[in-house]
Design a protein around this ligand. Sequence first.
Ligand code: NAD
Ligand code: ZN
Length: 679
Amino acid sequence: MNDAHARLLALREQLNTWNYQYYVEDDPSVPDAEYDRCMRELLALEAEHPEWRDAGSPSQRVGGAPVSAFPEVQHAMAMLSLDNVFSEDELAAFEKRILDRLGRSEPLEFCCEPKLDGLAVSLVYEQGRLVQAATRGDGTTGEGITENVRTIRAVPLNLRGEGWPERLEVRGEVYMPRAGFEQMNERARLEDGKVFANPRNAAAGSLRQLDSRITASRPLAFYCYGTGLVEGQPLGERHFDILQTLKGWGFPVSPEIKRVSGREGCQAYHDDILARRDQLPYEIDGVVYKVDELALQAQLGFVARAPRWATAHKFPAQEELTELLNVEFQVGRTGAITPVAKLRPVLVAGVTVSNATLHNADEIARLGVKIGDTVIIRRAGDVIPQVVGVVPERRPASAQDITFPAQCPVCESDIERIEGEAVARCTGGLFCAAQRKEALRHFASRKALDIEGLGTKLVEQLVDNELVKTPADLFHLEQATLMGLERMGEKSAVKLLAAFDKARTTTLPRFLYALGIREVGEATANNLARHFLELEAVMNAEVEKLIEVPDVGEIVAKHIYYFFRQTHNREVVDALVTPKDQGGCGLAWPEMEAPKADAQPLAGQTWVLTGTLSRMPRNDAKAALQALGAKVAGSVSAKTSVLVAGEAAGSKLAKAQELGITIMDEDGLIALLEQHKAI
Ligand SMILES: NC(=O)c1ccc[n+]([C@@H]2O[C@H](COP(=O)([O-])OP(=O)(O)OC[C@H]3O[C@@H](n4cnc5c(N)ncnc54)[C@H](O)[C@@H]3O)[C@@H](O)[C@H]2O)c1
Ligand SMILES: [Zn+2]
């Protein structure tokens, strides 16, 4: 045995393993491009050494063995695969082979079709009713998946019109449109469900479910592209015309199909579809050319695994393999930290990719990826390239874990990751250079400090020219500096300075809102101000104290707490409120008045509302209780003061009874609110 033979055997074994993962488990471990490279290498070796050919070689076989969980279906006519061409030259060779075989010289007509990336199915209709659906399987024997296919709305259960044969077999592709695929994965990520690498795996995995209710819940679609065994008269003489007939009977046929002449027509079709690839609502991995005349198809016949009269012209692969060199952490304009994979540059769908997103820490854990790994990169449509998989067999001994930083790589503030939230964030909102523009824009916005004339464009200029780093710098800008900016005359500079001056007098709620603390909107800022009365008190409050504020839950409390624990943020706040004569910005507001004691009769109490209230909306009841100083919580605990139980109150009522907590009905609540004039 020489090297070439050993290589041939290794390739066959490798391809068999990949076939099993792809066709049986719907879970490939390498991208198609890698599979195709190995297949081409095997084909080349087999062409060079006819003595090593073997009917059992993966180069001679279709698909994978059917899974026994489904009933076996014998195909009346084999379901074959397609040969491939990857270039204009190979397309020319394909045309020449056909013309030579037919002994012709003038160009032939071809039906051109998009090659949808899904799963081939055979649909059998008797008397116009769908009676059987099957996968391709190994080409001869497929899996009976009738119940699952019935759940796909695009597949007609009963044919329309008339003239269909007694028994008709139609073939086509079940696929998952891009949008449905993205949504399904997004949900799966949130709910810890199965995340699919690409729409083809998602379609295959969804169709080959033992429980057809699962299939029904998946966004599958179908396009028909041909027929299998047809009883009686042929449906037509030309493939394109037959597809039109099928369309008339209710089968969805791609609107992109086209009849063209010769390889030039094919190439033009290829170029047009490739240019529009990203705009199509589904994924395609190429186009298919089929000799249009059935009589010629019959003359050409088949080879082992594919017809001679058709070929697929493959597009550049959307998934490729490369090495993960490092991971960097980028800070977005709102502080979100995104791990970015630094890759050994690789060509994906025609573009060199050297960065790809890893989304977040959960995704890194889900992929189980390490630095040094061979990873699968996917670049499809307008979506930024992403790492969708790892090839575990190719992990080097030197592979290193990815560690999520605890400090922001831009400003070194703490990174906050709240339990239950996928995204980690930098807490240095007022100081972090990555968040600067967003922070300033928010600071100046109408509901914040309302600085007239300080719009997005001006913020960009001020930041890009490094004139302003934090909101405090705004109040030290000078007229001469402003006048040096684009489109800024003396008049507008003077006006802007006046606007800064005006903004110096504000209110505590506006000021708190302007700081841009995550999830602290206007209403929360208002509640914070009314509760704590002074800025200093908000800044120093512990999480437990913050939770006492109406509408502040644990997550928001933590956002506020972490924000004020960042030295840099505090420095900016100090600079803003330090009087002008002491070198500060001089922001100030009228003192907040403490609510009169009797206006807050429920201060310090925690109330819980449960069941249905029939006389007032629950939100109104909540607001009225808060106005009286109560905190309204969502769950009953030992700290609960009173539980208001409406109709059909359930577990919360039971728990309150168990804990011996005061229980009040709706009438009692309304009497109380009326007594305090809260409604
Ligand atoms: N990543 C892996 O591990 C792995 C393993 C096995 C196969 N694969 C991929 O699958 C390919 C081989 O699979 P295949 O045998 O299904 O061949 P194929 O996907 O290249 O072509 C045949 C299939 O194309 C589909 N098709 C879509 N539109 C069509 C149209 N208009 N007319 C006719 N057919 C149409 C049908 O499902 C048909 O069965 C490989 O080239 C490789 O890319 C990948
Ligand atoms: Zn930062």
